[in-house]
Design a protein around this ligand. Structure first.
Ligand code: NAD
Length: 245
């Protein structure tokens, strides 16, 4: 479904991002895997020996526009275009408002939101010149109702939805589609860090009767990146088994 296309996946070293990387590779794309450290990027690359000629690694500081532009230019240089940007890197938080420091709040804004702005801008500049592209960002189910602690996290995901709707309208004339995928509880390291009773309570309330797998989210990412979604832009696609917690 993506033969000949090139994708960049931030936070592609594990969890949901790694599932997106594999799905895109299986569907014919060239993929640049983004991570926070060279070692984790290298480790992810070594897990994909069958695709060595179609993958590369990058690890720019996602809040540094010059570093991101330089690495995106390197991807275009290697593969000839950038057709898909998956803004997936993220961290979570459960800190109470009473204990939240401004430093922690700024950090989550940087990694979950500012990075989406910086990477989308860098990719859009390249995509506009090429005649089009697709930007997809990982939002969250908590972008509907918030969550009862860690207020910085849902704040960033509401903002990712806002950026998605706005950029979809602004970039449509340049044939750049902009969408988001909002996962529910998905089996990754991020969720493994949750207290057991919280995980069990949240899982029990999912109408489809199970937590999500990274591949469930990657399937949505595949659809939105593909030509099947040619007329789909400005959408936040919830992939959460109808969870509401
Ligand atoms: P994860 O912790 O397994 O993976 C996070 C990824 O982000 C890693 O590849 C990591 O290297 C990258 N990352 C973190 N900080 C970074 C930084 N400073 N610079 C560059 N990369 C950085 O988590 P995951 O569950 O796979 O999460 C992926 C995305 O999905 C996140 O945006 C998260 O908010 C979102 N999400 C996850 C769930 C869930 O239940 N797992 C639910 C909703 C949304």
């Amino acid at each position: 479904m993506l033969k000949g296309k090139t994708a960049i996946v931030t936070g592609g070293t594990r969890g949901i991002g790694f599932a997106i990387v594999k799905k895109y590779l299986e569907n014919g794309a060239n993929v640049a895997i983004g991570g926070s450290r060279q070692e984790t990027v290298d480790a992810a690359l070594t897990k994909l020996p069958d695709y060595a000629d179609r993958i590369m690694g990058i690890c720019p500081d996602l809040c540094n526009p010059e570093a991101v532009a330089r690495d995106f230019a390197a991807v275009k240089e290697r593969f000839g275009s950038i057709d898909i940007l998956a803004n997936n890197a993220g961290i979570s938080s459960r800190t109470s408002i009473y204990d939240y420091t401004l430093e922690e709040f700024s950090k989550i804004l940087d990694i979950n939101l500012k990075s989406v702005f910086v990477c989308s801008q860098a990719a859009a500049r390249i995509m506009k010149e090429q005649g089009g592209g697709v930007i997809i960002s990982t939002s969250s189910m908590v972008s509907k109702y918030g969550q009862p602690s860690g207020c910085g996290y849902p704040t960033t995901k509401f903002a990712v939805n806002g950026l998605t709707h706005s950029l979809a309208r602004e970039l449509a004339k340049d044939h750049i589609r902009v969408n988001a995928v909002a996962p529910g509880v998905t089996r990754t390291d991020m969720v493994a860090a949750l207290p057991k009773e919280m995980f069990e309570r949240v899982s029990a309330g999912i109408p489809l009767g199970r937590v999500g797998e990274p591949s469930d989210i990657a399937n949505a990412y595949l659809y939105l990146a593909s030509d099947l979604a040619d007329y789909v832009t400005g959408v936040v696609l919830h992939v959460d088994g109808a969870a509401m917690t």
